[in-house]
Design a protein around this ligand. Structure first.
Ligand SMILES: Nc1ncnc2c1ncn2[C@@H]1O[C@H](COP(=O)(O)OP(=O)(O)OP(=O)(O)O)[C@@H](O)[C@H]1O
Length: 197
């Protein structure tokens, strides 16, 4: 397949459990050396087995805030006591290596990237129905009941935001292979944006 013509990162969002990871996992597997998942910065400590620069860029709170002050993040958020963010430098370094960067982020992050008009392409992954989303979340077996309820509530926020029409494409992940083909086609075949002179 021809290389990705559009150099902008692909921002993938959608409710938890809809299949984002499954879809871009297939993309990475079927197009080796083409894509990379953006490595976030975080102030939380590494968990056993997590490597700096691979799973996260582990930084101190001071380092994080300094980078934020310099407008170094395309998006950042605080969860509990910890800060998380995607740095512009991380995206640009991967771009220079010829990789298309994939970002998997929540609605607030999407809004931040859009607010600062950072060049990106926006893909929203939607569930065939709320019932099916709940089934997948439960079927994955990774979440406790409380977490499932929280994710289902947040799903409504994500779906409402998608209805405002801010994404370049919405893909319903019903049949996995069909959804995958739509994602692949969008990434490889949608015309590259003209760069203004
Ligand atoms: N098209 C599909 N049909 C049926 N099941 C699917 C489909 N796509 C993904 N799944 C299953 O749904 C569950 C959730 O998928 P996945 O973990 O990829 O979701 P996610 O959107 O990345 O979630 P999170 O945001 O929480 O990381 C998994 O068990 C996965 O195997």
């Amino acid at each position: 397949m021809a290389p990705v013509r559009d150099p902008r990162p692909i921002v993938i969002s959608g409710p938890s459990g809809v299949g984002k990871g499954t879809l871009y996992g297939l993309l990475f597997q079927r197009h080796p050396d083409t894509f990379t998942l953006s490595v976030s910065h975080t102030t939380r400590g590494p968990r056993p087995g997590e490597q700096d620069g691979v799973h996260y860029h582990f930084v101190t709170k001071d380092e994080f805030l300094a980078l934020k002050e310099k407008n170094g993040f395309v998006e950042n958020a605080q969860f509990g006591d910890n800060f998380y963010g995607t740095s512009k430098q991380t995206i640009e370094e991967q771009n220079k290596k010829g990789k298309t960067v994939v970002l998997d982020i929540e609605v607030e992050g999407v809004k931040q990237i859009q607010a600062q008009k950072y060049p990106a392409r926006y893909v929203f992954i939607a569930p065939p129905s709320e019932e099916e989303l709940e089934k997948r979340l439960r079927g994955r077996g990774t979440e406790k009941e409380e977490s499932i309820q929280k994710r289902l509530k947040q799903a409504k926020v994500e779906l409402d935001y998608a209805k405002t029409g801010v994404h370049d494409i919405t893909i319903v992940n019903d049949d996995l292979e069909t959804a995958y083909k739509k994602l692949e086609d969008f990434i490889f075949n949608s015309p590259a944006q003209e760069t203004p002179n």
